[in-house]
Design a protein around this ligand. Structure first.
Ligand code: FAD
Length: 531
C-alpha cells in the first residue's frame, strides 16, 4: 500500500465539487463517507489533523445513553440504542461490546428500583426482553476490586466501546475508497458567495505550505463541531451553540483494575462518573464545564476538573489509595451542544441539529454514536435542494470489516478482528506481509506492532509525529509520558516512511513532547494541590 500524496490545493480548486465538508471530526467524516458512497464528488478539509478536535477526546462509548431516559429524551435514547446496535454489528474489532455495572448501595431501594425499570425500558428499546442481570458482592469484587463495601450489589447491562480517533479515520478511509478526497491541515478561512448571496464555495488555506485558494462547491457543509459558530459568523449569523468542556483522567489499568465499565454517582455533585477499561488503561470521566461560546484550541483539563474526578474515584474506590501520581494522562474535549438555555450544563440536551443558512448547511451537536444518523439527515437536506435527484439512495450495505484470506497462524482471532476493524481488511493483509508484523513496540502494549506503526505512517496522512502517536496509535494516552521511552524504536520506521532527516525528526520530537505536556500531562497545580 502506497502513501496517499497530498493533492496540491490549486489542483483541487480546478475541480467543481458537489459537496465540500468542513471539519474532519466524526461528524464531517460520516457526511463525507455518506456523500462519497452516493457517487457525489466530495472533498473534506480539516484545519488540524483528522479527529484532533472532540473526536479523539470523548468517553469512547458507543452507547444508548441510559441517562437520556431520566430526562425523558426518548427519541434520542431510541435512536442511540439503534445506532449502537448497528455499529456493534457492522464494525467488529472497532466497536466492541462492553458490560457496565451500576453499583447499588445497601438499602438504596430507590436507585435500585429506578435503575431496574430504566434498564428494562432500555432493553426493550434495543429489541430485547427486559432482563436485567443482578451482580452480587462477591462477583463485584472481581469486576471492580477496591469498590466501596457499602455497594452490596449491582445491575449489569451492555453497551459498546470504540477508539474514537480510529473510528473517525476508518470512516474517512471508507469515504476515500469511494473516491472522496480528504485533506488534513487545510483550514477554511472564508466562505465564497454567489451573486444571490448564497454560499457557493470556500477559501482554503494549506496550513503546511501557506497556499490559499478559492474553491467552488454546490453544497458546503459546516461540520466544525464546537467551532461551527465561528464559520457561521462569516455570514453574520449569531451564535447558536453552547460549549461545554469535559475532561477525563487516564490510569494504568493495574492501579484501577476494573474489568467492566462502572457507572456510579459522584459523591459531591451526584452526577454520573464513568470508570471504563480501555486498551489496557482505565478512563475516568467526565465533567461538564460551561464555557459559554468560547472554544480555544486545544481544550485542556483544568486543575479543578482533575481534583473533582480524582475525589470522585477515591470515594468510590477507597481501597485503592489512588493519588495524583497514579494519573498517567488527562484529556479534555468540547461538546458541541445546541444552546437551549438550560441552566445546568450537565443537563443540556445531547441532541443534534442541521440547518440551512444562505446555502450553508451547518450541523452541530450529537455524539460519536449517532454520526450515521446525522450524516443521513445532511444528505436528505442536500437531496432536498436538488429536485432532479431521485431521492437519496440507501446507504451502502454494511462494509464487512472482517479480514479474510490471510493465513498468519500466529495471530489470535481477537487480534485479527482488531486489525481488521481498525485498519480494514485490505490493510490487514499488507500489515501481516511486513517483516516486523509480529514485533510489538512494548510488551505492556500488546496491541501496537512495529508493522502497524509503519503502515500507519505510510498510508494514513501523517504530517506530524503527533498525528501518528496521539491519534493513530494513541500512545499519548496509553503509555507513561506519552511513550517518550519508545521514541528510539519508532524513529527508524518513521524516518524511513516519511523521509525525515535527523533535524526534522528532532523538531517533531520536540513538538510532540511539548504538545503532550500541554494537552495530556496532569496540570501542575493539580499535582501540587493534592500533595
Ligand atoms: P470535532 O471532533 O470537534 O470536529 C470538528 C473539526 O472541525 C475539528 O477537528 C476542527 O479542527 C475542525 N475545524 C474547525 N474549524 C475549521 C475550519 N475553519 N476549517 C477546517 N476545519 C475546521 N459521544 C459518544 O457517542 N460517546 C461518548 O462516550 C462521548 N463522550 C464524550 C465525552 C466528552 C468529554 C465530550 C466532550 C464529548 C463526548 N461525546 C461522546 C460526544 C462526541 O465526542 C462529539 O459529539 C463528537 O466527537 C463531535 O464530533 P464533531 O465532528 O462534530 O466535532
Amino acid at each position: 500500500m502506497e502513501r496517499i500524496e497530498r493533492t496540491p490545493l490549486h489542483e483541487l480548486a480546478r475541480q467543481r465539487w458537489d459537496v465540500l465538508v468542513i471539519g474532519g471530526g466524526i461528524t464531517g467524516a460520516g457526511i463525507f463517507r455518506e456523500a462519497a458512497s452516493l457517487g457525489l464528488h466530495t472533498l473534506l478539509v480539516e484545519a488540524h489533523d483528522f479527529a484532533s478536535g472532540t473526536s479523539s477526546h470523548s468517553g469512547k462509548l458507543i452507547h444508548g445513553g441510559l441517562h437520556y431516559l431520566s430526562r425523558f429524551q426518548m427519541r434520542l435514547a431510541r435512536e442511540s440504542v439503534r445506532e449502537r446496535d448497528v455499529l456493534l454489528r457492522e464494525d467488529p474489532g472497532l466497536v466492541e461490546p462492553l458490560d457496565f455495572i451500576l453499583p447499588v448501595a445497601a438499602g438504596d431501594w430507590k436507585h435500585s428500583c429506578v435503575h431496574t425499570v430504566g434498564l428494562g425500558l432500555y432493553h426493550v428499546m434495543g429489541g430485547r426482553p427486559p432482563a436485567t442481570q443482578h451482580v452480587e458482592r462477591q462477583a463485584l469484587e472481581q469486576i471492580a476490586p477496591g469498590l466501596h463495601d457499602h455497594y452490596r450489589t449491582a445491575l449489569r447491562y451492555r453497551e459498546g466501546q470504540t477508539d474514537d480517533a480510529r473510528l473517525t479515520l476508518r470512516v474517512i478511509a471508507a469515504g476515500r475508497s469511494d473516491r472522496g478526497v480528504a485533506r488534513n491541515y487545510t483550514r477554511v478561512c472564508g466562505l465564497v458567495r454567489d451573486r444571490h448571496g448564497q454560499v457557493s464555495g470556500a477559501e482554503l488555506h494549506d496550513v503546511l505550505t501557506g497556499d490559499v485558494v478559492a474553491l467552488a462547491a454546490r453544497h458546503v457543509v459546516n461540520a466544525t463541531g464546537p467551532w461551527s459558530d465561528g464559520v457561521r459568523s462569516g455570514l453574520g449569523r449569531s451564535p447558536r451553540q453552547r460549549i461545554v468542556g469535559g475532561s477525563h483522567l487516564v490510569f494504568p489499568h493495574h492501579r484501577l483494575p476494573v474489568t467492566n465499565g462502572v457507572v456510579a454517582y459522584h459523591g459531591e455533585s451526584g452526577l454520573p462518573l464513568y470508570i471504563v477499561p480501555w486498551q489496557g488503561v482505565t478512563l475516568v470521566g467526565t465533567t461538564h464545564r460551561d464555557l459559554g461560546e468560547e472554544a480555544r484550541w486545544p481544550c485542556l483539563a483544568t486543575d479543578e476538573e482533575v481534583v473533582y474526578l480524582l475525589d470522585g474515584v477515591r470515594l468510590l474506590f477507597p481501597g485503592l489509595d489512588l493519588d495524583t501520581c497514579d494519573i498517567q494522562a488527562t484529556y479534555a474535549g468540547y461538546r458541541p451542544i445546541i444552546d437551549t438555555r438550560t441552566t445546568d450544563p450537565a443537563r443540556a440536551s445531547r441532541d443534534y441539529g442541521v440547518w440551512l443558512e444562505d446555502g450553508l448547511i451547518t450541523v452541530t451537536g450529537g455524539k460519536l454514536t449517532t454520526h450515521r444518523s446525522v450524516a443521513r439527515q445532511v444528505i436528505r437536506m442536500i437531496s432536498g435542494r436538488n429536485p432532479h435527484w431521485n431521492g437519496v439512495r440507501p446507504a451502502k450495505p454494511a462494509r464487512c470489516m472482517h479480514a479474510s484470506g490471510e493465513t498468519n497462524a500466529e495471530l489470535s482471532g481477537s487480534e485479527r478482528r482488531r486489525l481488521a476493524g481498525q485498519y480494514g481488511p485490505e490493510a490487514v493483509r499488507s500489515i501481516l506481509a511486513m517483516s516486523d508484523a509480529g514485533r510489538h513496540l512494548e510488551p505492556a502494549l500488546p496491541r501496537t506492532t512495529l508493522a502497524e506503526i509503519r503502515w500507519s505512517a505510510r498510508t494514513e496522512s501523517v504530517e506530524h509525529l503527533d498525528d501518528l502517536l496521539s491519534r493513530r496509535l494513541r500512545l499519548a494516552l496509553l503509555l507513561p509520558r506519552g511513550g517518550q521511552e519508545h521514541l528510539g524504536s519508532i524513529e527508524p520506521i518513521v524516518r524511513q516512511e516519511l523521509g525525515w532527516d535527523t533535524t526534522r525528526w528532532q523538531q517533531e520530537v520536540e513538538r510532540y513532547l511539548a504538545g503532550w505536556a500541554k494537552q495530556y500531562a496532569v496540570p501542575t497545580h493539580a499535582v501540587s494541590g493534592a500533595n
